[in-house]
Design a protein around this ligand. Structure first.
Ligand SMILES: Nc1nc2c(ncn2[C@@H]2O[C@H](COP(=O)(O)OP(=O)(O)OP(=O)(O)O)[C@@H](O)[C@H]2O)c(=O)[nH]1
Ligand SMILES: [Mg+2]
Length: 333
């Protein structure tokens, strides 16, 4: 028997974002078949032609886990899912939550248990388990006194990041200290670092737990302009990632200025905060936060800032319901 790969169409965490196809299991062959090229190695991100349906970003999060992020909309996602299915990839989570969780006392509770099982972030659990009673109260209230569905959806798009890990992309010029920061957050060597500019050649992805919020952290090579076609592909990949990131972090360091980006960064950080600014001049880059991966100063504050931008406290503390699964609304229909 050959090991199987499974796919799931993940709810996009950003409002209006394109859906992601999540592949688990024996992803190597499935990716090779879809892209017509060897699968990227675990921990890396590449840009690929997707069976001539679209071009897209393929992130091999781990040996047995990949994300396919096409450029196109829902129809493209459906087409890709069909191609994958034709190649033997089976849909995941096809079991009805109500059948999977017979102990649940309501439809919403069954959905909450199913969401808890797939939620990436530990922080999601208590909040999900509180949803059955919140929705019960919501449905019991007269329609005119309920919170508007648009407001619920807007908050839920943020909270959904606790279930599907958001994509965080860090960009900065060569030698800014991006990979050293990723390693410090990861607590181990994931990326190679050195004082050689251009040390990171590949786009790397690792799953990081930042104070209970799990994110897919993308370490990018310092960008430089070039005519080299491989390098040009990398620049296209950088634009794709920045465009679809839930959070873009720009990094600078003493003597290393902010990068040029296609969109304005959500967070600016000054790395190597333990170093003096060259020439002793005052000023220089000044972002939202100063961080030293060498001493650990500012790492906690960085985790807090990432959390606050991706899943703000206002959304986490709000007493209203969370629409973590659209099928919740069927309960009323
Ligand atoms: N003093 C000090 N040095 C640091 C710190 N972070 C990184 N460095 C050093 O800065 C150099 C570059 O670090 P990297 O993490 O490789 O930089 P990068 O931004 O990933 O560089 P590229 O991959 O080339 O784009 C290395 O020699 C690191 O040891 C820091 O917080 N303090
Ligand atoms: Mg690097």
């Amino acid at each position: 028997m050959t090991a199987a790969a499974h796919l799931r169409i993940a709810t996009p965490s950003a409002p209006g974002a394109v859906a992601i196809i999540e592949l688990v299991g024996e992803v190597e062959q499935a990716l090779a078949r879809l892209t017509g090229r060897p699968a990227p190695r675990a921990g890396t991100i590449v840009l690929r032609n997707l069976d001539n349906v679209d071009e897209g970003v393929v992130a091999r999060v781990a040996d047995e886990h990949a994300w396919i992020m096409p450029h196109g909309g829902p129809r493209v996602v459906q087409q890709l899912a069909q191609r994958l299915a034709a190649g033997g990839v089976q849909p995941l989570f096809e079991i009805d939550p109500v059948a999977a969780f017979p102990e649940a006392s309501s439809h919403v509770e069954a959905l909450a248990l199913a969401a808890t099982a797939r939620a990436a972030s530990p922080l999601a659990v208590d909040l999900l388990l509180d949803q059955p009673h919140r929705w019960e109260a919501y449905f019991a209230a007269p329609p005119a006194s309920r919170e508007g569905l648009d407001a619920i959806r807007a908050r839920s798009a943020l909270l959904n990041r606790l279930v599907t890990p958001p994509l965080v992309v860090i960009a900065g010029r060569p030698n800014a200290g991006k990979s050293t920061l990723a390693n410090a957050l990861l607590g181990r060597e994931g990326s190679i670092t050195s004082d050689q500019a251009g040390t990171t050649r590949d786009y790397l992805i690792s799953r990081l737990d930042l104070r209970g919020l799990v994110v897919n952290w993308c370490d990018t090579p310092g960008r430089h302009e070039t005519d080299d076609p491989i390098e040009a592909e990398a620049i296209d990949l950088a634009s794709s990632l920045v465009a679809r990131a839930d959070l873009v972090i720009a990094a600078a360091a003493p003597g290393i200025d902010w990068p040029d980006l296609d969109r304005s960064a959500d967070l600016h950080i000054d790395l190597k905060a333990d170093l003096p600014i060259p020439g002793g001049q005052r000023g220089g880059p000044s972002g939202d936060l100063r961080v030293s991966a060498a001493t650990g100063a500012g790492l906690e504050a960085l985790a807090g800032a990432v959390m606050e931008r991706l899943v703000p406290q206002e959304a986490r503390r709000h007493a209203g319901p969370w629409l973590f699964d659209d099928r919740i609304l069927d309960a009323e229909a």
